[in-house]
Design a protein around this ligand. Structure first.
Ligand SMILES: Nc1ncnc2c1ncn2[C@@H]1O[C@H](COP(=O)(O)OP(=O)(O)OP(=O)(O)O)[C@@H](O)[C@H]1O
Ligand SMILES: [Mg+2]
Length: 252
């Protein structure tokens, strides 16, 4: 299970993020970046954060610790910004907390990084079809001189329109748009990483997602969406296992 914490103070909005994440203090005295269930991106973005972030962690990629955070309706009360107030009100209950890395800076290609960190990130992004690691928006942080991966909410796009897992499994990856492209070849780590992605490992990361976030979204009807949490976990496992088996279609 992911750790469970309770928000105590809303510190500030992180306006550079499209989903208006908040910097929040919690009852464990930690400071977290909170991604809200009430944001326009919906709970699917949070599912992708957990599944891809925790998969990455198990493959040795540095990802800030994740936790589930309880948000009370009073949390945004003193926030002058109405947009923030509305977002907090729409997000009462469980949300996703990401350990805040103080003093980190956004990565760009001028930073020296450990070449060993590169290929696993490119491999993971190609595997889960991450379109959000471009030079414009790298979603990589430098913290203590090392590379950390954040923002996996746009991965696993198949869950926005459930259909045939084959199409997702066989779709090529656009390496040209990846900020680390040319710096590390995913083929060099494919045998090692793909051997680790067992059905058991996929089940383990899917278990970390709260059931409620896996239910069909009433605001975005999808006739092919899995009807309940168990069916959803089985569907994610099928899509991800099939894409792994079709690696020759998406490796460079
Ligand atoms: N764990 C963290 N530690 C420090 N800063 C962070 C952390 N997570 C996010 N940030 C900062 O907040 C910004 C927004 O976060 P993130 O990219 O996850 O949000 P988003 O709403 O999904 O953004 P996007 O506009 O890229 O979709 C990041 O670019 C980064 O500057
Ligand atoms: Mg981002």
């Amino acid at each position: 299970m992911l750790p469970f914490i309770t928000a105590t103070t809303y510190l500030t909005a992180l306006r550079e993020g499209g989903s208006l994440p908040g910097l929040v203090e919690a009852d464990d005295s930690g400071t977290y970046v909170v991604k809200f269930t009430g944001a326009g991106q919906g709970t699917k973005a949070l599912v992708a954060e957990i599944v891809v972030g925790e998969l990455g962690r198990r493959l040795g990629i540095k990802v800030p610790e994740l936790a589930l955070i309880d948000i009370d309706k009073e949390l945004g009360r003193r926030e002058p910004d109405e947009e923030v107030q509305d977002l907090v009100k729409a997000s009462v209950g469980l949300n996703l907390a990401i350990d805040f890395l103080p003093g980190s800076v956004g990565y760009d290609r001028s930073f020296d990084i450990d070449p060993a960190d590169v290929a696993p990130i490119v491999w993971l992004d190609a595997y889960v079809a991450n379109v959000d690691r471009s030079a414009r928006n790298t979603n990589l942080l430098i913290w203590h001189r090392t590379l950390w991966a954040i923002d996996h909410g746009a991965c696993l796009r198949f869950h926005h329109a459930w259909g045939s897992p084959e199409a997702f499994a066989r779709s090529p990856y656009n390496y040209a748009d990846h900020v680390l492209s040319g710096r590390g070849n995913p083929r060099t780590v494919h045998d090692r990483l793909s051997a680790q992605v067992s059905e058991q490992l996929l089940d383990e990361v899917l278990e970390l997602v709260p059931d409620d976030w896996l239910l069909p979204d009433p605001d975005r009807p999808d006739p092919k969406a899995p009807p309940d949490a168990a069916a959803a976990r089985a569907a994610y496992r099928t899509y991800l296992a099939m894409r792994l088996a079709a690696a020759e279609r998406w490796l460079p």
